[in-house]
Structure formats: structure tokens, C-alpha cells
Design a protein around this ligand. Structure first.
Ligand SMILES: Cc1cc2nc3c(=O)[nH]c(=O)nc-3n(C[C@H](O)[C@H](O)[C@H](O)COP(=O)(O)OP(=O)(O)OC[C@H]3O[C@@H](n4cnc5c(N)ncnc54)[C@H](O)[C@@H]3O)c2cc1C
Ligand code: FES
Length: 255
């Protein structure tokens, strides 16, 4: 049984639309794994485990719809039902790593930075969308910020900054989570530069545990075989960067 009722210990406002819920949970979790969060009367949704600190774990929620807005109404002392942890997580033994978080995707990679102290890029549309730079600056040897509008840090996207950093220093592996368009161009850059990568993908999930098949990409279940995929695995995913399935299983173009 991997179904738990946890009590929220703290709520941290990360930005105008994103909050971290920290809760007590005595489970072994690896960076890159996720939980299914039950939102009573609404849905059950996947959320990366953003904080792994002894028995305190956390999720970081961007309010974009009904379930995520409902999670934003929770406060310290409230209880929450979760299942997990699910997914494979990152392999953090790949030498010198550059970790990239785009938007709320930063939540999926921040614990990898905390555990390794690796160089990191946090990318966002604008300064007001940057999350978790305080914790990243405490743990990362070299934290760089990229914003599309230049309101903070490097003016440009994560992949442009990644190319600049990779030309100045040797990295063995790129670790990234963010919008799929960012992951697609990260993958393309890694192909060009002959760099290994591990990318955390998002697909519509119902069971989270490899049973229902709704997150399938080719012969891979994103919830069970992923959500982290290597460059070699990604090269065999025909839908990557092109299309995804909605709640009814219909294929929707991403382009
Ligand atoms: C492995 C994984 C980890 C994730 N980690 C985070 C995280 O750390 N923080 C965060 O804010 N978000 C995360 N997400 C995305 C999050 O699950 C969706 O934003 C959330 O489900 C939206 O629900 P809603 O009811 O608020 O919005 P809705 O209006 O119902 O949906 C908005 C959009 O969210 C996506 N979505 C909705 N339901 C699901 C579902 N069951 N599975 C996958 N995508 C869905 C769809 O693209 C949909 O179009 C993660 C998704 C996956 C697959
Ligand atoms: S969500 Fe059910 S198999 Fe992945």
C-alpha cells in the first residue's frame, strides 16, 4: 500500500501563482520522482516531489486550473492524501552535471541541485515567474537565471544560456525539466554537442503506476519507465516535442 494521509506543516509562497506545500512524510524519495495528489471532489493529479529533507517532503504547485487552485487553499495543519512515490527519478552519478529548470519544471529538478551542488539554470518568462532561486543559490556552485524578457539575469531562453555555459566548461550530463518546447531544444542541442542528457517529461496521468496506459509514448509509460528519459530513449519517442494525449486519449499537436 503506497497511499498516505500527510499533514501540511508549512506553505511557502514562491511567486504570485506558485506555492510550496511542505508536509511530514517518512518515505524514501529520489530527486525526479512524483506523487499523485488527491484533490477531493475534483481530481487526482501528478506533482513532483520538490523538497526531500529527512521526513519533511514538499510539492510545489502552480495554480493553473481547478485542482491546482484547490491545493492553493490548503494551509498548515490541513491534511492531504497522496500516493507514491512514483517514477524512476534522475541518475545523479553522471559526473559534472548542469541542471536546468524551466518555469514550474524547476520543482522537479531542485532537489537534484540540493543533493549535488551542481551548476544550475533557472529559466522563466519574466522575473516575476522565477521560483526557488533562493534555495538554488544556497546549494548550487553556480546559479544562472535566464528570462525571456531580460528582466532578470541572462536575456534569452534556457537553451541559449546552456550553450554559452557548455562552451565555457565541460559537463558530462544535462538534467532538465520544463515546457516540452524547452526540452525539445535542449535535446537537439545535446545531440549537436554530443552531450548526455536526462529530461523529465510530462504526460496526462491517471494511475501514475504503470497500469492504465494513458501516459504511453510509443512503448514507454511515462509514469513508470520515466518520467526521466535519457537522450537515447528520447531519440526513440516519436511523439516527443510533437504531440501529447488529452484526458480522453486524443492526440493533440504541440506545434
Ligand atoms: C510527472 C508530472 C509531474 C508534475 N509536477 C508538477 C509540479 O511539480 N508542479 C506543478 O504545478 N505541476 C506539475 N505537473 C503538472 C500538473 O499535474 C498539472 O498542472 C495539473 O494536473 C493541472 O490540474 P488542474 O485541475 O489544476 O488543471 P486543468 O485545467 O485540469 O488542467 C490544465 C492542464 O494540466 C495538465 N493536466 C491536467 N490533469 C493532468 C493529469 N492528471 N496528468 C498530467 N497533466 C495533467 C493538462 O495539460 C491540462 O491541459 C506535473 C505533471 C506530471 C505529469
Ligand atoms: S498514468 Fe497510468 S500507465 Fe501511466
Amino acid at each position: 500500500m503506497n497511499d498516505y494521509t500527510v499533514t501540511i506543516e508549512k506553505v511557502i509562497q514562491e511567486s504570485y501563482d506558485t506555492r510550496t506545500l511542505a508536509f511530514g512524510w517518512d518515505a524514501e524519495v529520489r530527486p525526479g520522482q512524483f506523487v499523485m495528489v488527491w484533490v477531493p471532489g475534483i481530481d487526482e493529479i501528478p506533482m513532483s516531489v520538490s523538497g526531500i529533507n529527512g521526513r519533511t517532503k514538499s510539492i510545489t504547485v502552480k495554480a493553473i486550473g481547478e485542482a491546482t487552485n484547490a491545493l492553493h487553499t490548503l494551509s498548515a495543519g490541513d491534511r492531504m492524501r497522496i500516493r507514491g512515490p512514483y517514477g524512476n527519478g534522475f541518475d545523479l552519478s553522471r559526473g559534472e552535471m548542469l541542471i536546468i529548470g524551466g518555469g514550474v519544471g524547476t520543482a522537479a529538478v531542485i532537489s537534484a541541485t540540493v543533493q549535488t551542488g551542481s551548476d544550475m539554470i533557472i529559466a522563466a518568462r519574466s522575473e516575476k515567474d522565477i521560483i526557488m532561486n533562493d534555495i538554488a543559490s544556497r546549494y548550487s556552485k553556480n546559479l544562472r537565471i535566464a528570462t525571456d524578457d531580460g528582466s532578470a539575469g541572462f536575456r534569452g531562453n534556457a537553451v541559449q544560456l546552456m550553450k554559452e555555459m557548455v562552451s565555457a566548461k565541460h559537463y558530462d550530463c544535462i538534467i532538465a525539466c520544463g515546457p516540452e518546447v524547452m526540452l525539445y531544444f535542449t535535446y537537439k542541442a545535446c545531440e549537436e554537442l554530443g552531450l548526455e542528457c536526462q529530461l523529465s517529461l510530462e504526460r496526462y496521468m491517471k494511475c501514475g503506476a504503470g497500469v492504465c496506459g494513458c501516459c504511453v509514448m510509443d512503448d514507454m509509460r511515462v509514469c513508470k519507465d520515466g518520467p526521466v528519459f535519457t537522450k537515447q530513449q528520447i531519440s526513440e519517442l516519436s511523439e516527443f516535442g510533437k504531440s501529447k494525449r488529452d484526458a480522453c486519449g486524443r492526440l493533440i499537436s504541440m506545434r
